[in-house]
Design a protein around this ligand. Structure first.
Ligand SMILES: NC(=O)c1ccc[n+]([C@@H]2O[C@H](COP(=O)([O-])OP(=O)(O)OC[C@H]3O[C@@H](n4cnc5c(N)ncnc54)[C@H](O)[C@@H]3O)[C@@H](O)[C@H]2O)c1
Ligand SMILES: [Zn+2]
Length: 367
């Protein structure tokens, strides 16, 4: 049975319908029709995902009498580029996509961010529907309306808030996802649980084996719980105010973003960097926010159990600090950290003593 979440955002009329529907890709056409009313769409698809699931998507669009063209995007972060964005616009131009049309994104976070930004900018904004196909995209990036591309100067530097009118979350698509990407997505589930929902955290501990093995029913349940949480948080704080509840979702991300930057976005997947960032945040939470040491041990044990990385690669502490200072999430030039005094109760970000940060990074494996 599909489950629908209807999201609304204070201050503007935009609504998003998030449909949790195992097997629902076969009904994509009806969903696009119901959410956008479009008679025509440009489907922007990750090339690998398109080879696996594109035919089913197109069959369903055809069944709903929706005209469509497909732009296939090479897999990988490098597709979140200005050049690829221009190719999306060209595809919309070639299809003569009007304001009564829509863009559909089929893929992981890369394609979602790219196609969402194309939708935000084509004709100054057309509706878009997300069909997230990675665990990370289903539990995190597809909901919330952040869209962006990367520039040479940094990740996600050009972008827009542009809420999708619809998000079709079909957890059966995860069956073809490589295990390493599944584990990376689980890191974001652990993040949102440890930041916002102690009960979900305990549930993850109880189901760690099934999650690690990719049990479809358990994954579907994890997706649903994480999506519900994320939906609640982003409706309360769509634009991520400096002290708003959405900042909690950055738990672990100060370290993760710095690490990814220092490594040149190679070697570690985003979720793997987040797992390491969560370990650092938990250490800092014990030392500076009163987190009980047993709770940190539970977090570490869960991340271990899920097969996520344990130690930072031997990067230099000073390089990480420099990368943090570069990150756009800064308050008057100072790096701010999300901490958790209790599992499930992340605080608003705050500035920490740099000696403390250095010591935590060193403790986690940096040099
Ligand atoms: N907008 C947001 O709020 C937000 C939040 C978190 C992350 N992000 C962004 O998301 C991106 C990372 O997304 P990602 O982890 O989904 O990576 P991704 O989109 O690169 O996908 C990972 C890999 O999995 C493959 N793949 C995807 N679905 C598949 C499937 N069902 N079966 C087989 N293979 C499949 C892809 O071809 C790709 O190689 C980053 O650019 C990050 O900045 C955005
Ligand atoms: Zn993340």
């Amino acid at each position: 049975m599909p489950r629908d979440l209807r999201l609304r955002y204070p201050g503007h009329p935009q609504r998003s319908l998030v449909r949790l529907t195992p097997g629902g890709l076969a009904r994509l056409g009806a969903f696009v029709h119901a959410t956008t009313g479009a008679g025509q769409v440009v489907l922007i698809a990750d090339r690998r995902v398109d080879a696996l699931h594109g035919a089913a998507a197109r069959r369903s669009l055809r069944g709903a009498a929706i005209a469509h063209t497909t732009l296939r995007v090479p897999p990988g972060e490098r597709s979140k580029s200005a050049a690829m964005l221009a190719r999306c616009w060209d595809a919309c131009a070639a299809a003569a996509l009007g304001r009564d049309g829509a863009i559909v994104a089929l893929g992981g976070g890369v394609v979602g961010d790219l196609a969402g930004f194309a939708a935000a900018t084509w004709l100054r904004g057309v509706p878009w529907v997300g069909v997230p196909t990675t665990l990370l995209a289903q539990v995190d990036s597809a909901v919330g309306g952040k869209t962006a591309i990367d520039l040479a100067a940094g990740k996600n530097l050009a972008g827009a808030f542009h809420q999708p009118v619809g998000v079709l979350v079909d957890s059966t698509l995860l069956a073809t996802l490589p295990a390493r990407h599944r584990r990376a997505g689980l890191a974001e589930v652990v993040k949102i649980a440890f930041a916002c929902d102690a009960a979900l955290f305990a549930w993850c501990e109880r189901h760690a084996d099934a999650l690690a093995a990719g049990d479809p029913a358990v994954l579907a349940r994890a997706v649903e719980r994480a999506v519900r949480l994320k939906a609640r948080v982003v409706q309360a704080d769509e634009r991520e105010r400096p002290d708003g509840p959405r900042t909690a979702l950055n738990l672990g991300h100060t370290t993760a973003h710095a690490l990814e930057r220092v490594l040149g976005y190679r070697g570690l997947l985003h979720g793997e960097a987040v797992a390491l960032g969560l370990r650092v945040a938990a250490d800092l939470s014990v030392r500076a926010a009163g987190l009980a040491p047993e709770q940190r041990i539970r977090l570490e044990a869960l991340l271990d159990h899920l097969g996520l990385p344990v130690r930072l690669p031997p990067v230099r502490v000073e390089a990480l600090l420099a990368a943090m200072a570069h990150d756009k999430k800064r308050a008057s030039g100072r790096v701010r950290w999300v901490l958790t005094p209790h599992g499930g109760a992340a605080t608003v970000p705050r500035v920490l003593e740099s000696a403390l940060v250095r010591s935590a990074l060193r403790g986690a494996g940096a040099r």
